[in-house]
Design a protein around this ligand. Structure first.
Ligand code: NAD
Length: 340
């Protein structure tokens, strides 16, 4: 029997979650919601998803636009086993109180929500087991997912004393046209630590301090990391450990990956919507100086959290072990077939 998944908020994350669920044999999308009858609503229908109004009062708006919806979020969750909430930051917590608790339905929230929205903050590699049979799970944000994946592997293999990370953040996603940053670099936040370090600590017990800046690009985030190791290691040892994990993509500057522009150009050739689900790490950036690991990674913000949403569903219904779930997700999304 397939798990019936509702996607609440068919936006940047929602449409990618829906498509990823579609690729799985043990779950299916039974409906997605939209607030507006715009081109994305029409796209959802064209892709074969049943469309529902995100809020009850919007039914009329869809009717007037000539788009037929099957009902509202309240109707959708009656039919579903789980809802993946992909609504904007902070709206997920409101939806929990308004709909999910009342309906007694399991829910996954995204990284824009505070950690207390859920019982567990989740990353498949680091704490899959903690999400087993839970009702509410939060998949941490794109930056946090990128940091946790990497630090989990380094900690498992070499031990980590402390981490210092500088995050160069894309200002908005490519589709956003309401705000941006022109010819500018903005410390965001100006205070230290940025919220990313404490967010990593909701999943992984590690000493980490983060500093963050926004820059005028929509393509990817870039992280510059210094990691003080417990055990001695050489750059080759680090590369070998990272190569073992399919959700890490090791690229080489020598090979032409001279910037995030080249990484995204490659992604456009090989993936639908140029979705990269992996941390992208430059091999040449890996250096060890006085037993401190230096490394630069690029984080594809729109897609990196998608495999984690799929694994969270399996964990919450306890239908697969961590290894089995990650293997299935990787296989169906084509993860691990790229550079290493
Ligand atoms: P988005 O704005 O692209 O999509 C949000 C969708 O929710 C839109 O379709 C919007 O119409 C809909 N919506 C608006 N109000 C709603 C409501 N009351 N109920 C249900 N749906 C509603 O946003 P996004 O980028 O997909 O972000 C969604 C969540 O994912 C946020 O928590 C965000 O922090 C997190 N996240 C975003 C990214 C990213 O880079 N975009 C990465 C990781 C995590």
């Amino acid at each position: 029997m397939r798990i019936k998944v509702a996607v609440h908020g068919y936006g940047t994350i929602g449409k990618r979650v829906a498509d990823a669920v579609k690729h799985q044999e043990d779950m299916k999308v039974i409906g997605v919601t939209k607030t507006k009858p715009d081109y994305e609503a029409r796209l959802a229908i064209e892709r074969g998803y049943e469309l529902y109004a995100a809020t009850p009062e919007k039914i009329e708006v869809f009717k007037n636009a000539g788009i037929s919806v099957k009902g509202t979020i309240e109707d959708l969750i009656q039919e579903a086993d789980i809802v993946v909430d992909c609504s904007p930051k902070k709206v997920g917590a409101e939806n929990k109180a308004k709909y999910y608790e009342k309906a007694g339905i399991k829910a996954i929230f995204q990284g824009g929500e505070k950690k207390d929205v859920a019982e567990v903050s989740f990353n498949a590699l680091a704490n899959y087991e903690q999400a087993i049979e839970r009702d509410y799970v939060r998949v941490v944000s794109c930056n946090t997912t990128g940091l946790v994946r990497l630090l989990y592997i380094i900690n498992q293999n070499f031990g980590v004393n402390k981490v210092r990370a500088t995050l160069i953040r894309r200002v908005v996603d490519p589709k956003d046209d309401k705000k941006g940053l022109v010819n500018n670099i903005m410390p965001d936040p100006i205070t230290i630590p940025s919220h990313h370090g404490p967010d990593v600590q909701t999943v992984l017990d590690v000493d980490i301090t983060t500093v963050a800046f926004k820059v005028p690009t929509t393509r990817m985030h870039v992280h510059s990391l210094n990691i003080e190791l417990k055990q001695q290691a050489k750059p080759e040892d680090i590369i070998e450990a990272l190569r073992e994990e399919p959700r890490i993509m090791l690229v080489s500057y020598e090979d032409g990956f001279t910037s995030i522009a080249k990484i995204m150009e490659y992604a456009r050739e090989i993936r639908t919507r140029s979705d990269l689900f992996e941390n992208v790490i430059w091999k040449e950036s890996i250096a060890i100086i006085d037993n401190e690991l230096y490394l630069t990674q690029a984080i594809p913000q729109e897609a990196i959290v998608i495999p984690e949403n799929i694994d969270a569903i399996r964990a919450m219904f306890n239908i697969a072990s961590k290894e089995e779930s990650m293997r299935l997700t990787n296989e169906t999304l084509g993860i691990g077939k790229l550079y290493s």
